[in-house]
Design a protein around this ligand. Structure first.
Ligand SMILES: Nc1ncnc2c1ncn2[C@@H]1O[C@H](COP(=O)(O)OP(=O)(O)OP(=O)(O)O)[C@@H](O)[C@H]1O
Ligand SMILES: [Mg+2]
Length: 504
């Protein structure tokens, strides 16, 4: 008998048994050889240390959908490091599920859940103890596992144990947030001594047949050597010279929800904008004082804790569109549907170097039109002084335990890629290699930090409006997982920016 799309019943049966056939017949994209190896492995835990663009997401989607379509009532849980990554991955899975031969499935965007007519579910969640604690899964996939907290992994393990025959796939670019972190340990062990329980693979970016040697060469030329080695060769590096050591950064990370601009209700923030002219992304990063409901009062009686309430990266977007978006995010006048307001941006710093100048001018014009002012907008030159101020403030707050960072691998990688340079006099400064791309998020954060006051200003939280359960950074800062900014204009100061003559 022939079914829809010219399939025979036999084809469908083979596809149900074998993900390799499933990919070929039902999805229409055969797996690549390196992906087949992983799919065919019998090991209960499969661990991949991979470079960028090696084909991880594609593999997750195939495995997830295969499990869901071939066995009714299956549960697949895909855990990502951070909210943004979870949403992106869900979009990839949902789009693959639309392939004509796969038949009916319902997509719930708000919960990032795909429900099939056979009762199977595929769910994409950001890493958090809460998300995994109550979950059950026949297949657990952890993306960018190096960025997932050890505590979350420990909370996730019982859900696997509870389901006989369940399988786990972990993949990540190399990253070790704490010594002995589960991802590095399991990967190493599966490489050295694979067993029926655990097997590992090493996928440099070049493992993909779509690999473009010229592209990789360009990445090599425009990345710091350390970043390149980790991101594309998928090799572990021990970078001693980083301005932000990985473990210091990770100690400041917490699993909290960003506050989208359409729910910001005029919340106070400062912002940095990095234009993506020469590189690939425009970036906007907001910094606010954190409404911690005085959870950290004993530790910081006189100082607010800061955090990033919202950040956005826009790839391949004309800068006029990105300007519109920035103006929308920072629009404090009621306009969002039912009179909601965006953020109030006390200061907004935007890169003015070279091609940035017309963009900043246009940003001012648009702000005057929509906000009725452009006074807080500053065009800045990315000089060593500005970097010293912005990154210096960030580093100080991180070291004091007064900065909370989102679990956002790309931001953390970019910060970690900044190296230090010894000055002849014995001082130290942040190295600013001109050729290094991929620092759009770090740059935008640095600009916002240049208007943050790091000294004690008192804290007085009168009534906390942050919601959700209390979470913690590994450094011990407490916050609710749906935090909101504090209204403390004194926490910010006119940006300590440099102008063109400021370069030292
Ligand atoms: N088996 C396949 N057949 C066809 N295209 C594939 C296959 N595997 C991966 N690709 C394509 O290769 C590109 C990179 O794959 P994918 O996005 O899965 O990689 P990744 O490792 O998740 O990348 P990133 O580092 O950006 O997260 C994508 O355009 C994807 O569609
Ligand atoms: Mg991916």
């Amino acid at each position: 008998m022939t079914l829809a799309g010219g399939l025979t019943r036999q084809d469908v049966e083979r596809a149900q048994e074998d993900p390799v056939v499933f990919a070929e017949v039902m999805i229409g994209d055969p797996l690549f050889a390196h992906q087949v190896e992983v799919v065919r492995s019998e090991a209960r835990y499969r661990v991949i240390c991979a470079g960028r663009r090696a084909g991880k997401s594609h593999l997750y989607a195939v495995l997830a959908l295969h499990r869901a379509f071939s066995r009714s009532g299956s549960r697949v849980l895909i855990v990502s490091a951070g909210e943004t990554a979870a949403k992106r991955l869900f979009a990839e899975v949902a789009s693959m599920a639309k392939r004509p031969l796969l038949g009916g499935s319902a997509v719930d965007e708000t919960t990032s859940t795909l429900v099939l007519s056979n009762g199977s579910r595929v769910e994409c969640v950001p890493a958090s103890q809460k998300a995994v604690r109550s979950a059950e899964a026949d297949l657990l996939i952890v993306d960018e596992a190096g960025w997932v907290g050890q505590d979350v992994w420990e909370a996730a393990e019982p859900i696997i144990a509870a389901r006989p025959g369940s399988r786990v796939l972990l993949a990540s670019t190399p990253w070790e947030p704490v010594p002995g972190h589960f991802f590095r340990q399991m990967w190493r062990s599966g490489m050295d001594a694979p067993t029926q329980w655990l097997e590992s693979w090493h996928w440099p970016s070049s493992v993909s047949p779509l690999f473009d040697a010229a592209w990789l060469q360009w990445k090599k030329e425009t990345s710091s050597p350390d970043y390149y080695q980790r991101e594309y060769l998928a090799e572990w590096t021990e970078s001693g010279g980083s301005y932000f050591p990985a473990q210091e950064l990770m100690a400041a990370v917490a699993d909290y929800r960003q506050l989208p601009p359409d729910e910001a209700r005029g919340a106070l923030a400062v912002a940095g904008v990095d234009w993506g002219f020469r590189r690939d992304a425009n970036a906007l990063v907001l910094v606010s004082a954190l409404d911690d409901g005085d959870l950290n009062l004993a530790r910081f009686p006189d100082e607010p804790v800061f955090y990033i309430p919202f950040l956005e990266e826009a790839f391949h977007k004309p800068y006029a569109d990105f300007i519109e978006r920035v103006v929308e995010v920072g629009d404090p006048t009621p306009h969002w549907g039912q009179g909601q307001q965006g953020y109030t941006l006390r200061w907004l710093l935007a890169e003015e170097n070279g091609v940035g100048e017309p963009a900043v001018q246009q940003l001012r014009q648009r702000a005057r039109a929509r906000w009725g002012r452009s006074t807080g907008i500053r065009g800045v030159w990315t000089t060593n002084r500005l970097k010293a101020n912005g990154y210096g403030a960030l580093r100080l707050l991180i070291q004091q335990g007064r900065m909370v960072l989102p679990r956002h691998p790309e931001l953390l990688k970019q910060l970690h890629a900044l190296t230090t340079e010894m000055l002849p006099g014995g001082g130290m400064r942040i190295a600013v290699p001109d050729n290094v791309g991929h620092d759009d998020l770090a740059d935008a954060l640095m600009q916002a930090m240049a208007s943050v006051r790091t000294n004690p200003i008192g804290r007085w939280t009168d009534r906390s409006e942050s919601l959700g359960e209390v979470v913690s950074t590994t450094g011990g800062v407490l916050l609710r997982n749906r935090p909101v900014p504090l209204w403390r204009p004194e926490a910010f100061t006119a940006p300590r920016a440099g102008d063109a003559s400021d370069d030292w």
